[in-house]
Design a protein around this ligand. Structure first.
Ligand SMILES: Nc1ncnc2c1ncn2[C@@H]1O[C@H](COP(=O)(O)OP(=O)(O)OP(=O)(O)O)[C@@H](O)[C@H]1O
Length: 257
């Protein structure tokens, strides 16, 4: 991967839009198939993100805030290049360690050991590198006695532990964190946050999606506030949270006297 010139953004999102279909069974017309794809009218479609533009420089720590279903996770998937934009463009010039849906790539019938090799390998680590950091990964997850257990027999918290331990071991310069850690117990969550803090302190770029203000203020200086798929505010995290909270208050049901 090309190393970006210093000063140039590591992520550029330009007028990006992603649309989904609410109702997968909705039928497209014959005419739709022959029309220009960007103008095709597809039944039940909506824009999960639209006209979103921003740049990110190396080392920035960005919190993404908004109510449920406003496009936060979709934005992270866009940066992870798990989904491609239907409109606009995105350029990600450095590697990404996605702590989003982290357990997704794990195979139920394989042991923890095989899953570590598989997932770390898929993220570009060589067998020797995995072998060298295997014990450290298992220690971090604190599941030494389950190394040969099929993944499907781990508890949901243990699944997140091992998945986090693998992804957090990657050297990728951009880290994406969605609320995956909500499943872990408090002690493990704190350990993960310490690890994320170290990663940020070493100059990596962070995207954090969270509904927890304390966490957002702890890690992030910059905030992106999304509403109905639009980037409504991009600026200091404190201001982003103020705007988000004001929007929440204005939508809250009036208190009865
Ligand atoms: N693969 C998909 N297919 C269809 N619709 C989707 C898909 N992924 C997300 N959506 C929809 O896109 C919208 C944005 O979803 P997204 O997960 O980005 O929201 P969010 O802001 O992260 O929400 P939350 O805070 O609840 O996690 C929602 O209406 C969701 O139902």
């Amino acid at each position: 991967m090309a190393v970006p010139e210093s000063g140039s953004p590591v992520i550029q999102v330009v007028d990006a839009g992603i649309r989904f279909r609410r109702n997968k069974s909705a039928k497209r017309s014959f005419k739709d198939l022959f029309s220009d794809s960007s103008r095709r009218s597809r039944p039940g479609e909506f824009w999960a993100l639209r006209h979103v533009s921003f740049d990110v420089h190396r080392g920035e720590a960005i919190g993404v805030v908004g109510r449920n279903g406003q496009g936060k996770s979709t934005l992270l998937k866009l940066v992870a290049e798990v989904v491609l934009p239907d409109e606009g463009r995105i350029r990600v010039r450095e590697g990404v360690a996605p702590l989003i849906e982290i357990t997704g790539g794990f195979v139920n019938d394989l042991s923890v050991r095989d899953n570590v090799y598989l997932t770390a390998g898929l993220h570009g680590m060589s067998k020797d590198e995995i072998r060298a950091s295997f014990d450290e990964i298992i220690d971090f997850a604190e599941i030494a006695e389950f190394v040969d257990t099929p993944y499907k027999h781990l508890s949901s918290g243990m699944k997140v532990r091992i998945a986090f331990a693998v992804i957090a071991r990657l050297d990728e310069p951009i880290i994406l964190v969605d609320e995956v850690l909500a499943v872990g117990d408090r002690a493990f969550r704190e350990k993960c946050y310490k690890r994320i803090e170290e990663m940020v302190a070493s100059g990596r770029t962070l995207f954090l999606v969270s509904h927890n203000e304390k966490d957002l203020r702890r890690f992030c200086e910059r905030g992106l506030y999304l509403e109905k798929g639009a980037l409504v505010f991009d600026g200091p995290i404190d201001e982003a949270l103020d705007i988000y909270n004001a929007a929440l208050d204005s939508k809250a049901p009036a208190k009865s006297a």
